[in-house]
Design a binder for this molecule. Structure first.
Ligand SMILES: Cc1cc2nc3c(=O)[nH]c(=O)nc-3n(C[C@H](O)[C@H](O)[C@H](O)COP(=O)(O)OP(=O)(O)OC[C@H]3O[C@@H](n4cnc5c(N)ncnc54)[C@H](O)[C@@H]3O)c2cc1C
Length: 278
């Protein structure tokens, strides 16, 4: 599907929210938590990056969202190819998308407690999930613990939404923010949720129970691995922990190996092939 960039909003000094819409106006279905692959075009040609949909405005029906909006939240990566393109993009940028993909989704049968853990833009897939969980939380059918990690207050993404959500479903939601660099918080409404350090430390402090908890880990690969190690110690297996690492793309265009073969190397390979095929 071809999509066009319609809206760009800065969420923090290093994060933007983008909205793409299909050129034809058609709609797409996905389960909250899933991601799409975007193919962009820059001076070097086509390249692909994956992004989770963070659609907050769409309602969830039977575990699915049907929408004509691709809402993304993207963090800046030093010398990143998509970063260079998207952080200077304006309306009208065209990309093609495929998907949805991914198994970071809420199961049909809810466990007693869901623990969501994210750092930075790893929050993206959880935003539509929070919509999906509204009815079960209101009915007391599930407990939710949401651990979010950022460097400082300016990077607490969607803070207003998260605080209001916690207050609305206070009996069922435990929301904690871990700030790793600067603990100073100027906004009083968020202060009571803030802890110093990393999400791993908050996870370790929970009364974890592998028979009741489903844990989702999303974002920075090192954080995901550390949390998973901790959970393994607590008796969790791969069934009770769903992981999505925002691993960096292997970009064939920027890797020189394919075009680096010299004539001499080609000749050598041809000679070897001949030798072995005799
Ligand atoms: C399933 C999936 C879902 C994803 N969803 C999102 C999302 O919702 N939002 C989002 O912002 N990203 C998401 N990502 C990551 C995204 O696909 C890109 O990898 C990211 O935007 C960086 O792309 P880039 O082209 O700017 O950097 P690249 O050109 O790929 O990288 C430039 C350099 O920076 C390094 N690098 C790349 N990323 C990082 C990083 N995060 N931290 C430190 N160094 C890095 C690379 O190794 C390379 O040396 C997701 C990835 C996956 C696999």
């Amino acid at each position: 599907m071809e999509v066009e960039l319609k809206q760009v909003d800065w969420l923090s000094g290093s994060t933007i929210a983008l909205r793409f819409v299909p050129l034809t106006g058609e709609s797409v279905k996905f389960r909250p938590g899933q991601f799409f692959r975007f193919t962009f075009n820059d001076d070097l040609g086509d390249f692909e990056r994956s992004y989770s949909l963070c659609n907050l405005d769409d309602s969830v029906n039977n575990g699915e969202i049907s929408t004509s909006k691709f809402d993304l939240v993207i963090s800046k990566v030093e010398k990143g190819r998509a970063t260079d393109l998207l952080f200077s993009a304006s309306q009208g940028l065209v990309a093609s998308v495929t998907g949805p993909f991914g198994r970071l989704v809420i199961p049909q049968r809810l466990p007693p407690r869901i623990i969501l853990v994210a750092t930075s833009v790893g929050i993206a897939p959880y935003l539509p999930m929070l919509r999906q969980l509204e009815i079960p939380l209101a009915a007391g059918e599930v407990q939710l613990t949401f651990l979010f990690g950022a460097r400082d207050e300016s990077e607490i993404l969607y803070a207003d939404f998260l605080v209001k959500y916690q207050q609305k479903y206070a009996a069922s939601v435990d929301f904690r923010v871990s700030l790793s660099r600067d603990m100073a918080v100027s906004e009083p409404s968020i202060a009571s949720y803030v802890h110093a350090g990393y999400v791993q430390q908050q996870l370790a402090q929970l009364e974890l129970d592998a028979s009741k908890d489903l844990v989702m880990l999303c974002g920075n690969p090192a954080m995901v691995d550390e949390c998973f190690d901790l959970l393994k110690h607590e008796g969790f297996g791969v069934r009770q922990v769903i992981r999505e690492k925002y691993v960096f793309a292997k970009d064939p265009v920027s890797q020189p190996t394919r075009k680096a073969l010299t004539d001499e190397q080609r000749k050598l390979i041809a000679e070897k092939m001949n030798k072995y095929s005799r």
